[in-house]
Design a protein around this ligand. Structure first.
Ligand code: LCS
Length: 397
C-alpha cells in the first residue's frame, strides 16, 4: 500500500519507517549516537556541501529522529516535519524563523503561558509587537494587519479556556494578505484536527501531550512546506540547537501508534465528565468544544472530529476554594501538562498562565475560579466520582 493512501489509524503505526531498511527490526531502532563517521575526508566535504546524502552529526539529523519527522508530516498531511527537544523549542524556532526586528504578530485571544512569555521577550529584545485578537470575524483580523505583520499565530482549542478559532476564516484573510498562519495543534492532535489541508502553513505540537501520550517525554514537533522546514532545520534548529534525543524520538514513535485509540477514549471520557460537571451546583460554567452549548460549537464541529480530552470549568467560589477542590482529589493528580493516561488537574491562574499579568489573564477568561482538567484514560465513572466528592466537600464547607 502506498504510504500516502494509508488511513490515519494505519499511518500512526507505519508511516516514516520500513523494517526492510533496518535488518527487519519491527520497532524503529534507536540510533543513540552523537556523530556519524565518514569513510574519507572527501566524503565529509561532500556531505557538508549537501552533494551527498547521509548523516553527519545528530544535531543535524539522526535516523530515529528522521523517522518521527516523516511520521508527523504524514499525519498532518504536510510536505515535511521536524522534531525538537520541547514544544517551546518548536514554538521559538518557528516564531524566530518567521520574524525579524520591528515585525508584528497577530495572536489568538489566549495562548499557553510560556508562548506568551516568548512573545513578550521578543518584544523587549527585538521590538516585535503582538496584538491579541478573538478572530471571530474577518474585519477583526483585517483591522490589525500592518505591512510588518509577519504571521498569525493561533492555538485552537486555546489553552486553557477552550475557545475555538475558525481556521478557514483566518486562512481566507491571511491568504489575501500573504501572511503565514501558524497553528499550535497540541490540544487536538492530528487525529482530531488537521490545519494544513485547511490552508494553514505551519503546525506545531507540544508532543509532550497527546502524541507522546504517557507523561514520560518532553518534545516538540512541527510540520509544513518542505522549503520552510528545511530552512528551519538549517537555522533555528541547527544553530539554536533545541534538538530531540534519539531515545525521546523513539518514545514518541511508540506513543503515537496508539494515538487514535487513546484519543477516542479521551474524548468519550471527557464528554461524560463534562455532562456531569454541567449538572453540579458548585460549577458555574463548563468549557468543552464537544458540548453542543459551547459558544464556538459550530466551528468546533466543522474543524474537529470530536471535542478532545481537556475540559475547563469555573466554580461558584474563590481562588482558595478552587485550590481546595484540587486538594480534595485523590485519583486525579494535581499537575500541569495534559494528554497523559492519568487524569491531571491544575489551576491556570496560579500555574501554567501565572506569568501573564492579571489584567491580561482576566481578559482572556483565565479567572481565579477557572480549573483545567485533562481527562485521562481511567474509567470515566472513577474520574467523576473523585471529582464529584471534591466539589461536594468544598461546596459544603
Ligand atoms: N503549546 C501548548 C498549547 C502547550 O500547552 C504547551 C505546554 C507548549 C506549547 C509547550 O510545550 P512543552 O515545551 O511543554 O513541550 N503546555 C503545558 C501545560 O498546559 N501544562 O504544562 C505544560
Amino acid at each position: 500500500m502506498k504510504k500516502d493512501q494509508m488511513k490515519m489509524e494505519t499511518s500512526v503505526i507505519h508511516s516514516g519507517y520500513d523494517s526492510k531498511d533496518y535488518l527487519g527490526s519491527l520497532a524503529t531502532p534507536i540510533f543513540q549516537t552523537s556523530t556519524f563517521t565518514f569513510e574519507t575526508a572527501e566524503q565529509g566535504e561532500s556531505r557538508f556541501a549537501g552533494e551527498e546524502e547521509g548523516y553527519i552529526y545528530s544535531r543535524l539529523g539522526n535516523p530515529t529522529v528522521r523517522s518521527l519527522e516523516e511520521r508527523i508530516a504524514a499525519l498532518e498531511e504536510a510536505e515535511a516535519g521536524l522534531a525538537f527537544g520541547s514544544g517551546m523549542a518548536a514554538v521559538s524556532a518557528i516564531l524566530l524563523s518567521l520574524t525579524k526586528a520591528n515585525d508584528h504578530v497577530i495572536c489568538s485571544d489566549g495562548i499557553y503561558g510560556c508562548t506568551y512569555g516568548l512573545l513578550k521577550l521578543m518584544n523587549e529584545k527585538y521590538n516585535i509587537s503582538t496584538d491579541f485578537c478573538a478572530m471571530q470575524t474577518a474585519e477583526q483580523i483585517e483591522q490589525l494587519i500592518r505591512p510588518e505583520t509577519a504571521c498569525i499565530y493561533i492555538e485552537t482549542p486555546i489553552n486553557p479556556t477552550m475557545k475555538i478559532v475558525d481556521l478557514e476564516l483566518v486562512v481566507k484573510v491571511a491568504k489575501a494578505h500573504g501572511i503565514p498562519v501558524v497553528v499550535d495543534n497540541t490540544f487536538s492532535s492530528p487525529y482530531l484536527q488537521k490545519p494544513i489541508p485547511l490552508g494553514c502553513d505551519v503546525v506545531i505540537h507540544s508532543a509532550t501531550k497527546y502524541i507522546g501520550g504517557h507523561g514520560d517525554v518532553i518534545a516538540g514537533l512541527v510540520a509544513g512546506k518542505k522549503e520552510f522546514i528545511q530552512h528551519v532545520a538549517m537555522t533555528t534548529l541547527k544553530d539554536v540547537g533545541g534538538v530531540i534525543s534519539p531515545f525521546d524520538a523513539w518514545l514518541l514513535l511508540r506513543g503515537v501508534k496508539t494515538l487514535p485509540v487513546r484519543m477516542d477514549r479521551h474524548c468519550d471520557n471527557a464528554h461524560f465528565v463534562m455532562e456531569q460537571l454541567k449538572k453540579h451546583p458548585f460549577v458555574k460554567g463548563v468549557y468543552y468544544p464537544g458540548d453542543s452549548e459551547h459558544a464556538d460549537y459550530s466551528v468546533a464541529k466543522k474543524q474537529m472530529r470530536a471535542g478532545g480530552g481537556v475540559i475547563a470549568f469555573d466554580i461558584r467560589g474563590t481562588k482558595k476554594e478552587a485550590q481546595a477542590v484540587l486538594n480534595h482529589l485523590s485519583l486525579i493528580k494535581i499537575a500541569v501538562s495534559l494528554g497523559d493516561t492519568e487524569s491531571l488537574i491544575q489551576h491556570p491562574a496560579t500555574m501554567t498562565h501565572s506569568g501573564i499579568p492579571e489584567e491580561e489573564r482576566n481578559k482572556m477568561g483565565i479567572t481565579d475560579q477557572l480549573i483545567r482538567l485533562s481527562v485521562g484514560l481511567e474509567a470515566k465513572e472513577d474520574i467523576w466520582e473523585d471529582l464529584k466528592q471534591a466539589l461536594d466537600q468544598v461546596q459544603s464547607n
